[in-house]
Ligand binder design. Structure first.
Ligand code: YXS
Length: 258
């Protein structure tokens, strides 16, 4: 059974996450999302919507924790499924609008924030949780967060690992619109139709221009190596093991490393 539902209506394609229980981003779910995006490239679409089933409490619980390595391997390398879906969204030739109900966790926040626009219901929340799980987020992911929000705001979300209301993210310019849940679908479809009326060629070029310009981070090799060494300090630590163990034992982690 596919973990996504694909629908096409006119020039708008919709990908609905449908992996029980909480749309955790497993390799299977990511592959289904990227396959759906690839199939939509072949159709004459102008906009893609990314959503979960109507009425969900959890839009996505983030990376599938059971697929995070615990054997000293980097948990978020270039080919990790989460990195793959972020790149697939960023390079998709037409705008991807995230339509958010429920709570968004961990790497799912980066996936949603990598969409071109975000429309969220008033009750939606976003929690960036690597610090709670003891996971060393990677360079591309941090840079993606830095593209959409101020450093103080990103630090607060990363350091507290707590859910933040959609309205606060809109006030900080991360989310485009916050609407009542009952209006979420109609509002988002109206926005999609507005975008669908302009030149698809110009849309494609503008999206790629913005991607390339916002990805132009001249990082000297020594800086890259320093960051990788810092991240290895985390994923080689006992705290990383403790964070994942505590998750499965459904208890609060006890972190010792400083
Ligand atoms: O015990 P069962 O079998 O029913 O399974 C439970 C949870 O273990 C499971 N589950 C997950 N499984 C794999 N990966 C996950 N990320 C994940 N999250 C949850 O789903 C079943 C229902 O969860 P439960 O009982 O807690 O439901 P709830 O409604 O009380 O709470 C839903 C959540 C999402 C608020 C809660 O499950 C939760 O806080 N999940 C963890 C959210 C999180 O911290 N995600 C970050 C994952 S790591 C990641 O994305 C990046 C690597 S990073 O950390 O760097 O951002």
């Amino acid at each position: 059974m596919s973990t996504v539902i694909i629908e096409v209506s006119g020039v708008v394609g919709t990908i609905t996450l449908n992996r029980p229980k909480v749309n955790a981003l497993s390799r299977e779910l990511i592959e289904d999302i990227t396959t759906a995006l690839d199939s939509m490239k072949e159709q004459n679409l102008r906009v893609v919507l990314l959503r979960a089933m109507p009425g969900v409490k959890v839009f996505s619980a983030g990376h599938e924790v059971t697929e995070l390595p615990t054997n000293g391997r980097d948990p978020l390398t270039y080919n990790d499924p989460l990195r793959q879906v972020v790149r697939a969204i960023q390079t998709h030739p037409c705008p991807v609008i995230a339509m958010i109900e429920g709570s968004v966790w961990g790497g799912a926040c980066e996936m949603v924030m990598s969409c071109d626009l975000i429309v969220a219901s008033e009750q939606a929340t976003f929690a960036i949780t690597p610090a709670k799980l003891g996971v060393p987020y990677n360079i591309s992911g941090i840079l993606n967060f830095m593209k959409v929000a101020s450093i103080p705001f990103i630090k607060e979300m990363l350091f507290t690992a707590q859910p933040v209301a959609a309205q606060r993210l809109m006030d900080c310019g991360v989310i485009n619109h916050v609407v009542p849940t009952a209006e979420l679908e109609s509002f988002t479809h109206q926005l999609a139709m507005q975008i669908g009326m302009v030149s698809p060629l110009v849309l494609r070029i503008l999206k790629e221009e913005l991607r390339v310009l916002t990805s132009a981070h001249p990082i000297p090799p020594e800086v890259y190596e320093r960051i990788q060494a810092l991240r290895r300090e985390v994923y080689d630590s006992e705290d990383y093991q403790e964070g994942i163990r505590a998750f499965f034992e459904k208890r609060k982690p006890v972190f010792h490393c400083k």
